[in-house]
Design a protein around this ligand. Structure first.
Ligand code: PHE
Length: 357
């Protein structure tokens, strides 16, 4: 190869290397390409090793040319290395400057409880402190426990009070939590204090204050000498605990075959403050608590002697209580999955629900 050829090869090597170094992104890549180019067994290294093939008078010139090329190539690699180092340093620096340890952390979305669950927990808490058991029963019930054991025989007109979803297996979806009354009597015997929170079902047309699926809490207290006075005291205590203040209530006679005497306990409507609205059917009162003294036939069904023991029972409308407590005007919101009908976890105490109208 004469000097001219050598120069042209060096030009090609220089321009190829100059292009190649632009694409390098790491120090490892720089080192690899450098050794392939100017290393001992690299392209230029090979040319340097070939100096002795030239006639002695040309060797000085060839050596000088090769050394100059080597210097230029080394400069290309140094520039690439500098560029890569400074890019890495800049990335580090920007990472450091965007990290501010004094900023508050990202707040993950927090799940909350359903209003009915909140009220249920509260009711359970009040009664557990008073020594009541908490039982749940089953949502699918037998006709016997839902009706017959509760002094509602077949063909009794009271069956029409609770339109029933009958199942093809002859059972039914419980229309109230009362079926657990006789079950609890059978299981535990007297004296007995039990509450039964749970879901109930009625074959009803739904409107702002009626749902076909709703929650109740049954209460049952049986002992010697239990009277209506115990019942009233307990109900007042419950409402005071749930609402944090004494509420206006009224008792009306009410008919349920499984209690005698039976009552309807109403509380003043908290949606309208007693003025009358859609929720309270313009009466200013909300029926919240049917109750009464356990009928002797029901005690007998639970194998308890009505001459020795008496008791009271109540069926608290848990869904309605939640509506009052959290200001939900339309019962349908609660089963709608509308997330606005949940109570922010930070505000478990207050009425914060947006209701559909
Ligand atoms: N189970 C009755 C209902 O759902 C309510 C009730 C319970 C009434 C206990 C009196 C005593 O309508």
């Amino acid at each position: 190869m004469d000097l001219e050829q050598l120069n042209s090869e060096l030009d090609t090597l220089r321009s190829k290397t100059a292009a190649a170094v632009c694409d390098l992104t790491s120090m490892d890549e720089v080192r690899r390409l450098e050794s392939q180019t100017t290393g001992k067994s690299g392209t230029l290294g090979g040319m340097l090793g070939g100096i002795k093939e030239y006639p002695p008078q040309e060797r000085g010139q060839v050596g000088e040319t090769l050394n100059q090329a080597k210097g230029e190539l080394a400069a290309l690699f140094k520039n690439a290395a500098d560029r890569i180092r400074s890019t890495a340093a800049a990335a580090e620096a920007s990472k450091a400057s965007s990290y501010d340890p004094s900023l508050p952390g990202a707040r993950p979305p927090l799940g909350t409880f359903h209003p009915v669950t909140l009220v249920q927990q509260q009711v359970e808490d009040v009664f557990q402190r008073l020594g009541f058991l908490v039982e749940t029963g089953t949502e699918m019930e037998t006709e016997y426990y839902n009706f017959e054991a509760l002094n509602i025989p077949k063909l009794h007109p009271a069956r029409d009070m609770q339109d029933t979803f009958w199942l093809t297996n002859g059972k039914l979806l419980r229309t109230h939590t009362s079926p657990v009354q006789v079950q609890a009597m059978e299981r535990h015997g007297p004296p007995l204090r039990v509450i039964v929170p749970g879901r109930c079902f009625r074959y009803e047309t739904i409107d702002p204050s009626h749902e076909n699926t709703f929650h109740q809490v049954e209460g049952l207290m049986i002992d010697k000498h239990i009277s209506i006075a115990n019942l009233i005291a307990m109900m007042k205590l419950l409402l005071r605990e749930v609402f944090g203040r004494d509420l206006k209530v009224r008792l009306r006679p009410g008919y349920f075959p499984f209690v005698e005497p039976g009552f309807e306990l109403d509380m003043s409507c908290l949606i309208c403050g007693g003025d009358g609205c859609g929720t309270c059917k313009r009466t200013g009162w909300i029926e919240i608590l049917p109750c009464g003294m356990v009928h002797p036939n029901v005690l007998r069904a639970g194998r308890i002697d009505p001459h020795e023991y008496t008791g009271f029972a109540f069926g608290l409308g848990l869904t309605r209580l939640a509506m009052m407590k959290y200001g939900v005007a339309d019962i349908r919101v609660l089963n709608s999955g509308d997330l606005r009908a949940t109570v922010p976890a930070s505000r478990f105490g207050g009425p914060t629900i947006v209701a559909k109208d």
